[in-house]
Design a protein around this ligand. Structure first.
Ligand code: ASP
Length: 318
Protein backbone atom coordinates (compact mmCIF):
# COMPACT_ATOMS: atom_id res chain seq x y z
CA UNK A 1 0.00 0.00 0.00
CA UNK A 2 1.23 3.49 -0.87
CA UNK A 3 0.19 6.61 0.97
CA UNK A 4 0.25 9.70 -1.25
CA UNK A 5 -0.06 13.29 -0.24
CA UNK A 6 -0.82 16.11 -2.66
CA UNK A 7 0.08 19.70 -1.77
CA UNK A 8 -1.87 22.90 -2.38
CA UNK A 9 -0.68 23.61 -5.94
CA UNK A 10 -1.86 20.10 -6.91
CA UNK A 11 -5.37 21.01 -5.74
CA UNK A 12 -5.43 24.60 -7.00
CA UNK A 13 -7.70 24.06 -10.02
CA UNK A 14 -9.88 21.48 -11.76
CA UNK A 15 -7.00 20.75 -14.18
CA UNK A 16 -4.64 20.03 -11.31
CA UNK A 17 -7.18 17.80 -9.55
CA UNK A 18 -7.58 15.79 -12.75
CA UNK A 19 -3.81 15.22 -12.77
CA UNK A 20 -3.99 14.12 -9.11
CA UNK A 21 -6.74 11.62 -9.91
CA UNK A 22 -4.84 10.28 -12.94
CA UNK A 23 -1.82 9.67 -10.74
CA UNK A 24 -3.88 7.98 -8.02
CA UNK A 25 -5.82 5.72 -10.37
CA UNK A 26 -2.75 4.75 -12.43
CA UNK A 27 -1.48 2.56 -9.55
CA UNK A 28 -3.81 0.29 -7.57
CA UNK A 29 -1.51 0.49 -4.54
CA UNK A 30 -2.25 4.20 -4.16
CA UNK A 31 -5.22 3.71 -1.86
CA UNK A 32 -4.75 6.23 0.89
CA UNK A 33 -4.59 9.80 -0.38
CA UNK A 34 -4.03 12.92 1.71
CA UNK A 35 -5.00 16.27 0.21
CA UNK A 36 -4.20 19.88 1.07
CA UNK A 37 -6.53 22.81 0.60
CA UNK A 38 -6.42 24.46 -2.85
CA UNK A 39 -3.23 26.54 -3.01
CA UNK A 40 -2.15 29.24 -5.42
CA UNK A 41 -3.28 28.75 -9.00
CA UNK A 42 -1.10 31.61 -10.26
CA UNK A 43 1.64 33.87 -8.85
CA UNK A 44 -0.53 36.43 -7.00
CA UNK A 45 -3.39 34.10 -6.14
CA UNK A 46 -4.36 33.54 -2.48
CA UNK A 47 -4.33 30.09 -0.87
CA UNK A 48 -7.71 28.90 0.42
CA UNK A 49 -6.18 28.50 3.91
CA UNK A 50 -5.24 32.20 3.87
CA UNK A 51 -8.73 33.13 2.67
CA UNK A 52 -10.14 31.11 5.58
CA UNK A 53 -7.87 32.77 8.13
CA UNK A 54 -8.98 36.14 6.79
CA UNK A 55 -12.60 35.03 7.03
CA UNK A 56 -12.18 33.89 10.64
CA UNK A 57 -10.35 37.05 11.70
CA UNK A 58 -12.91 39.29 10.01
CA UNK A 59 -15.73 37.43 11.72
CA UNK A 60 -14.03 37.75 15.11
CA UNK A 61 -13.66 41.51 14.59
CA UNK A 62 -16.99 42.38 13.00
CA UNK A 63 -19.31 39.35 13.45
CA UNK A 64 -19.81 39.50 9.71
CA UNK A 65 -17.87 37.73 6.94
CA UNK A 66 -20.19 37.39 3.92
CA UNK A 67 -17.67 38.82 1.45
CA UNK A 68 -14.88 36.61 2.79
CA UNK A 69 -17.15 33.57 2.74
CA UNK A 70 -18.02 34.28 -0.86
CA UNK A 71 -14.32 34.41 -1.79
CA UNK A 72 -13.84 30.87 -0.42
CA UNK A 73 -17.02 29.43 -1.94
CA UNK A 74 -16.14 30.97 -5.34
CA UNK A 75 -12.80 29.12 -5.37
CA UNK A 76 -14.54 25.80 -4.80
CA UNK A 77 -17.30 26.67 -7.27
CA UNK A 78 -14.75 27.27 -10.05
CA UNK A 79 -13.10 23.94 -9.30
CA UNK A 80 -16.42 22.04 -9.09
CA UNK A 81 -17.55 23.53 -12.42
CA UNK A 82 -14.28 22.50 -14.07
CA UNK A 83 -14.86 18.96 -12.80
CA UNK A 84 -18.52 18.92 -13.97
CA UNK A 85 -19.73 18.19 -10.47
CA UNK A 86 -22.85 20.35 -10.46
CA UNK A 87 -24.00 22.81 -7.85
CA UNK A 88 -24.93 20.44 -5.02
CA UNK A 89 -21.36 20.02 -3.76
CA UNK A 90 -20.87 23.82 -3.83
CA UNK A 91 -24.00 24.24 -1.68
CA UNK A 92 -22.69 21.54 0.68
CA UNK A 93 -19.38 23.36 0.99
CA UNK A 94 -21.13 26.66 1.71
CA UNK A 95 -23.29 24.96 4.36
CA UNK A 96 -20.25 23.31 5.87
CA UNK A 97 -18.59 26.74 6.24
CA UNK A 98 -21.72 28.36 7.67
CA UNK A 99 -22.12 25.58 10.22
CA UNK A 100 -18.52 26.05 11.34
CA UNK A 101 -19.17 29.78 11.83
CA UNK A 102 -22.44 29.20 13.67
CA UNK A 103 -20.94 26.70 16.12
CA UNK A 104 -19.50 29.64 18.03
CA UNK A 105 -16.39 29.49 20.21
CA UNK A 106 -15.13 30.06 23.69
CA UNK A 107 -11.75 31.23 22.55
CA UNK A 108 -10.45 32.64 19.30
CA UNK A 109 -7.79 30.08 18.44
CA UNK A 110 -10.38 27.32 18.60
CA UNK A 111 -12.55 29.17 16.09
CA UNK A 112 -9.63 29.96 13.77
CA UNK A 113 -8.54 26.30 13.73
CA UNK A 114 -12.06 25.12 12.95
CA UNK A 115 -12.24 27.54 10.00
CA UNK A 116 -8.69 26.81 8.76
CA UNK A 117 -9.40 23.08 8.66
CA UNK A 118 -12.33 23.65 6.29
CA UNK A 119 -9.87 24.07 3.39
CA UNK A 120 -8.54 20.50 3.55
CA UNK A 121 -11.86 19.02 4.64
CA UNK A 122 -13.79 20.34 1.66
CA UNK A 123 -10.94 19.62 -0.70
CA UNK A 124 -11.10 15.93 0.33
CA UNK A 125 -14.89 15.80 -0.11
CA UNK A 126 -14.54 17.32 -3.56
CA UNK A 127 -11.82 14.92 -4.74
CA UNK A 128 -13.77 11.88 -3.44
CA UNK A 129 -16.88 13.09 -5.20
CA UNK A 130 -14.98 13.62 -8.45
CA UNK A 131 -13.41 10.14 -8.35
CA UNK A 132 -16.85 8.63 -7.79
CA UNK A 133 -18.29 10.68 -10.65
CA UNK A 134 -15.76 9.13 -13.04
CA UNK A 135 -16.53 5.61 -11.85
CA UNK A 136 -14.05 4.82 -9.06
CA UNK A 137 -14.80 3.37 -5.66
CA UNK A 138 -13.60 6.30 -3.54
CA UNK A 139 -14.67 7.78 -0.25
CA UNK A 140 -13.95 10.76 1.96
CA UNK A 141 -12.61 9.80 5.39
CA UNK A 142 -13.34 11.98 8.39
CA UNK A 143 -10.28 12.22 10.68
CA UNK A 144 -12.49 11.97 13.78
CA UNK A 145 -14.15 8.73 12.61
CA UNK A 146 -10.72 7.37 11.69
CA UNK A 147 -9.33 8.29 15.14
CA UNK A 148 -6.71 10.95 14.36
CA UNK A 149 -6.41 12.53 17.81
CA UNK A 150 -4.16 15.49 18.52
CA UNK A 151 -3.08 17.51 21.54
CA UNK A 152 -5.25 20.57 22.10
CA UNK A 153 -2.50 23.01 21.11
CA UNK A 154 -4.40 25.09 18.59
CA UNK A 155 -2.43 25.88 15.45
CA UNK A 156 0.48 23.73 16.57
CA UNK A 157 -0.94 20.34 17.55
CA UNK A 158 1.00 17.09 18.09
CA UNK A 159 -0.29 13.64 17.32
CA UNK A 160 -1.43 11.55 20.31
CA UNK A 161 0.04 8.03 20.41
CA UNK A 162 -3.29 6.15 20.30
CA UNK A 163 -3.96 7.60 16.82
CA UNK A 164 -1.56 5.16 15.17
CA UNK A 165 -3.50 2.07 16.27
CA UNK A 166 -6.82 3.67 15.32
CA UNK A 167 -5.57 4.70 11.88
CA UNK A 168 -4.01 1.30 11.16
CA UNK A 169 -7.55 0.04 10.46
CA UNK A 170 -7.68 2.15 7.29
CA UNK A 171 -5.54 -0.55 5.73
CA UNK A 172 -8.49 -2.94 5.68
CA UNK A 173 -10.95 -0.58 4.04
CA UNK A 174 -11.98 -0.95 0.42
CA UNK A 175 -11.44 1.48 -2.42
CA UNK A 176 -9.54 4.75 -2.57
CA UNK A 177 -9.63 6.68 0.70
CA UNK A 178 -9.39 10.46 0.54
CA UNK A 179 -8.19 11.89 3.83
CA UNK A 180 -7.98 15.64 4.53
CA UNK A 181 -4.56 16.81 5.70
CA UNK A 182 -3.58 19.42 8.29
CA UNK A 183 -6.06 18.73 11.11
CA UNK A 184 -7.38 16.19 13.57
CA UNK A 185 -9.45 16.28 16.75
CA UNK A 186 -8.64 16.85 20.39
CA UNK A 187 -9.90 14.30 22.90
CA UNK A 188 -12.71 16.72 23.75
CA UNK A 189 -13.83 16.63 20.11
CA UNK A 190 -12.57 20.01 18.87
CA UNK A 191 -10.89 20.53 15.49
CA UNK A 192 -7.17 21.22 15.96
CA UNK A 193 -4.61 21.94 13.24
CA UNK A 194 -0.91 21.34 12.89
CA UNK A 195 1.26 24.35 12.12
CA UNK A 196 1.11 25.75 8.57
CA UNK A 197 2.08 23.28 5.87
CA UNK A 198 1.02 20.45 8.19
CA UNK A 199 -0.67 18.20 5.62
CA UNK A 200 2.78 16.67 5.15
CA UNK A 201 2.58 15.54 8.78
CA UNK A 202 -0.84 13.92 8.27
CA UNK A 203 0.58 11.91 5.37
CA UNK A 204 3.52 10.76 7.43
CA UNK A 205 1.30 9.71 10.36
CA UNK A 206 -0.95 7.72 8.04
CA UNK A 207 2.01 6.08 6.27
CA UNK A 208 3.41 5.00 9.64
CA UNK A 209 0.00 3.83 10.91
CA UNK A 210 -0.78 1.60 7.93
CA UNK A 211 2.90 0.60 7.53
CA UNK A 212 2.91 1.77 3.93
CA UNK A 213 5.60 0.58 1.52
CA UNK A 214 6.30 4.20 0.63
CA UNK A 215 5.04 7.67 1.47
CA UNK A 216 4.77 9.57 -1.81
CA UNK A 217 4.70 13.31 -1.26
CA UNK A 218 3.57 15.01 -4.47
CA UNK A 219 4.45 18.65 -4.87
CA UNK A 220 5.38 20.93 -7.79
CA UNK A 221 9.10 20.29 -8.20
CA UNK A 222 10.87 17.38 -9.90
CA UNK A 223 13.06 16.71 -6.90
CA UNK A 224 14.75 18.25 -3.93
CA UNK A 225 17.59 20.45 -5.13
CA UNK A 226 20.95 20.96 -3.49
CA UNK A 227 20.21 24.71 -3.22
CA UNK A 228 17.21 26.98 -3.68
CA UNK A 229 16.48 27.15 -7.45
CA UNK A 230 15.11 30.68 -6.94
CA UNK A 231 18.54 31.83 -5.82
CA UNK A 232 20.97 29.51 -7.62
CA UNK A 233 20.86 28.74 -11.32
CA UNK A 234 20.51 25.04 -12.12
CA UNK A 235 21.26 23.54 -8.74
CA UNK A 236 21.89 19.78 -8.72
CA UNK A 237 18.92 17.51 -8.16
CA UNK A 238 19.30 15.21 -5.17
CA UNK A 239 18.19 11.64 -5.96
CA UNK A 240 18.64 10.19 -2.45
CA UNK A 241 18.82 11.79 0.98
CA UNK A 242 18.76 10.35 4.48
CA UNK A 243 16.01 11.31 6.93
CA UNK A 244 18.63 13.06 8.95
CA UNK A 245 19.91 15.16 6.07
CA UNK A 246 16.40 16.10 4.96
CA UNK A 247 15.31 16.98 8.47
CA UNK A 248 18.37 19.16 8.94
CA UNK A 249 17.83 20.93 5.62
CA UNK A 250 14.09 21.46 6.30
CA UNK A 251 14.88 22.90 9.68
CA UNK A 252 17.36 25.33 8.17
CA UNK A 253 15.14 26.64 5.41
CA UNK A 254 14.36 23.99 2.73
CA UNK A 255 10.66 24.50 2.20
CA UNK A 256 9.98 21.20 0.40
CA UNK A 257 8.71 19.35 3.48
CA UNK A 258 7.32 20.54 6.79
CA UNK A 259 10.16 20.10 9.27
CA UNK A 260 8.11 17.81 11.53
CA UNK A 261 7.12 15.48 8.71
CA UNK A 262 9.71 12.81 9.06
CA UNK A 263 9.42 11.62 12.68
CA UNK A 264 6.54 9.11 12.19
CA UNK A 265 7.97 7.50 9.02
CA UNK A 266 11.52 7.57 10.35
CA UNK A 267 10.50 5.42 13.33
CA UNK A 268 9.14 2.75 10.98
CA UNK A 269 11.82 3.13 8.30
CA UNK A 270 9.22 3.93 5.60
CA UNK A 271 10.87 5.63 2.61
CA UNK A 272 9.55 9.00 1.48
CA UNK A 273 9.46 9.82 -2.21
CA UNK A 274 9.13 13.51 -3.13
CA UNK A 275 7.51 13.73 -6.57
CA UNK A 276 6.00 16.20 -9.01
CA UNK A 277 2.26 16.18 -9.81
CA UNK A 278 3.07 18.07 -13.03
CA UNK A 279 5.69 15.52 -14.09
CA UNK A 280 4.80 12.16 -12.54
CA UNK A 281 7.34 10.32 -14.73
CA UNK A 282 10.25 11.94 -12.88
CA UNK A 283 11.65 9.64 -10.17
CA UNK A 284 11.91 12.48 -7.64
CA UNK A 285 13.93 12.31 -4.44
CA UNK A 286 13.95 9.31 -2.11
CA UNK A 287 14.44 9.87 1.61
CA UNK A 288 15.74 6.78 3.36
CA UNK A 289 17.62 5.58 6.44
CA UNK A 290 21.09 5.32 4.90
CA UNK A 291 22.63 6.12 1.56
CA UNK A 292 25.88 5.61 -0.25
CA UNK A 293 27.91 8.79 -0.44
CA UNK A 294 28.76 9.18 -4.13
CA UNK A 295 28.61 12.93 -4.68
CA UNK A 296 30.98 14.20 -2.05
CA UNK A 297 30.14 15.08 1.52
CA UNK A 298 27.75 18.03 1.00
CA UNK A 299 24.12 17.01 0.56
CA UNK A 300 22.56 20.45 0.26
CA UNK A 301 22.87 24.07 1.26
CA UNK A 302 20.00 25.75 3.09
CA UNK A 303 19.54 29.27 4.32
CA UNK A 304 16.95 30.92 6.47
CA UNK A 305 16.57 34.59 7.41
CA UNK A 306 16.89 35.51 11.07
CA UNK A 307 18.33 32.13 11.88
CA UNK A 308 21.53 31.44 13.76
CA UNK A 309 23.00 28.45 15.53
CA UNK A 310 25.70 28.69 18.14
CA UNK A 311 27.83 25.69 19.01
CA UNK A 312 29.71 25.92 22.25
CA UNK A 313 32.71 23.68 22.89
CA UNK A 314 34.71 23.56 26.05
CA UNK A 315 37.56 21.30 26.93
CA UNK A 316 36.47 18.57 29.38
CA UNK A 317 32.79 19.26 28.75
CA UNK A 318 30.66 16.80 26.78
N1 ASP B 1 -3.36 24.27 3.82
C1 ASP B 1 -2.46 24.34 4.94
C2 ASP B 1 -1.51 25.51 4.76
O1 ASP B 1 -1.62 26.26 3.81
C3 ASP B 1 -1.76 23.06 5.19
C4 ASP B 1 -0.99 22.46 4.04
O2 ASP B 1 -1.17 22.85 2.88
O3 ASP B 1 -0.17 21.58 4.27
O4 ASP B 1 -0.70 25.73 5.61
Amino acid sequence: MKVCKFGGTSLASAEQIKKVCDIVTSDSERRLVVVSAPGKEFENDIKVTDLLINLAETFLKTQNCEKELDAVVSRYRRIAEGLNLGNEIVKDIENNLRTRIMLGYDHEEKFIDRMKAAGEDNSARLVAKYLKSIGYNAQYINPKDAGLFLSDEYGNARVLPQSFKNLSKLRDMDGILIFPGFFGYSLSGEVVTFSRGGSDITGSILAAAVEADVYENFTDVNSVFAANPKLIENPKAIPVLTYREMRELSYAGFSVLHEETLAPVFKKGIPVNIRNTNNPEAAGTMIVTTREIKNGPVSGIAGSGGFITINIHKYMMN
